[in-house]
Design a protein around this ligand. Structure first.
Ligand code: GLA
Length: 362
């Protein structure tokens, strides 16, 4: 165990084996304030993340399982690293440099989150675990081979998780390729700042004047639509449930298509600037989550596919809308939308993406 009283600790323990016998480790990171994150080398999954409420009481604020078996059996991407292409690519097809690529249709009729075996289902290599002056840090790497899941180019990915002194879980991605390819990496933690039950009372603010409306298969139409006057206007802090239940059945087509919120917001900021994309406040506990990134988009998913069929940590049944995701990323289906910010990575370039989840209470 690396130990440094003022900057936290990091340690590891076996977390089981995959069906083909690969050993999986789970790292425990603790910052100097007592915030704790547990990260498995399988999928780079954040299996536990604690945050203090307004009285200083810590609770686990992410959904997931107690054991590796849970994640292996059935997981809607709980806590995982997502790639090579986060979110959907229409009909699993795109063209790059005049060549057509075909991907697995794992979310009919589209491909979702990298395909059948995305980065969430591979064992990453833990290449470094250290305590830095700003807190404990875990480095995970993965080589996605040329042709894996249908994508071109050997993609070398590094994901560095840090638990910093200001109560942030920070993720710094870098990636390089040896052939032109498309890349869109993100993080898929499901949060519940109260630690249990539905998330409808959580108050969300999203720094976006526009969002990308979708068709009935959740693929963006290409339009950047103003949020003004729609249930997608989170410019002022608004409860997730405020415009959801009333609209899910009929009146708003976008809410109907998503079965709730499952859309990409166009973050207001200059390209490449690291800014706060969204803030979430949970009134009961006082916990606040601030999500920062330099990505042009933010997928806000209100846990619409959770239906009570999964039983997670401590026997908790995950019912409809018991967790939400805020996934900083490029826009879904960008390879098929020349008007969207580009997602092509070329040899010699370095892909970079920083995602910061910062916790506080008020
Ligand atoms: C993403 C997608 C959702 C859903 C979840 C996982 O957030 O946008 O539609 O597939 O992942 O269930």
């Amino acid at each position: 165990m690396a130990d440094n009283a003022s900057h936290g600790t990091i340690s590891s323990a076996p977390f089981g084996r995959t069906p083909v016998g690969v050993a999986v480790e789970r790292y425990t990171l603790r910052n100097r304030n007592g915030l704790e994150a547990r990260i498995a080398t399988y999928g780079g999954i954040v299996t536990r993340l604690t945050a203090p409420d307004r009285k200083g009481q810590y609770a686990d604020v992410v959904l997931g399982y107690d054991t590796l078996e849970g994640y292996l059996k059935s997981s809607p991407y709980f806590g995982a690293l997502i790639g090579r292409y986060g979110n959907r690519i229409a009909k699993g097809r795109f063209t790059l440099n005049g060549r057509k690529y075909t991907l697995a249709i794992n979310d009919a009729p589209n491909t979702l989150h990298g395909g059948t075996v995305g980065f969430d289902k591979v064992v990453w290599k833990a290449t470094q675990s250290v305590v830095t002056p700003n807190g404990p840090q875990l480095t995970l790497t993965y080589l996605s081979r040329d042709g894996e899941e249908g994508y071109p180019g050997n993609l070398n990915v590094t994901a560095v998780y840090s638990l910093t002194d200001d109560n942030s879980l920070r993720l710094d991605y870098t990636a390089t390729t040896d052939k032109d390819t498309v890349v869109n990496l993100t993080q898929h933690s499901y949060f519940n700042l109260r630690g249990r039950s539905d998330i409808l009372a959580h108050v969300v603010q999203i720094n976006a004047d526009r969002f990308t409306p979708i068709d009935s298969t959740l693929i963006p139409t290409g339009e950047l639509r103003p949020v003004a006057g729609t249930p997608f206007d989170f410019r002022k802090p608004t409860a997730i449930g405020a415009r959801l239940d009333a609209n899910t059945d009929a009146s708003d087509e976008q809410i109907r298509f998503g079965k709730g919120y499952d859309h990409n917001w166009v973050i207001n900021k200059p390209v490449g600037a690291l800014t706060v994309a969204a803030t979430v406040y949970e009134p009961d506990s006082g916990r606040v989550l601030e999500v920062s990134s330099a990505e042009p988009g933010l997928q806000f998913y209100s846990g619409n596919f959770l239906d009570g069929s999964l039983t997670g940590k401590g026997g908790q049944v995950y019912a409809l809308r018991n967790g939400f995701c805020l996934e900083p990323q490029h826009f879904p289906d960008s390879p098929n939308h020349p008007g969207f910010p580009p997602v092509v990575l070329k040899p010699g370039q370095t892909y970079k993406n920083t995602i910061i989840y910062r916790f506080s209470a008020r």
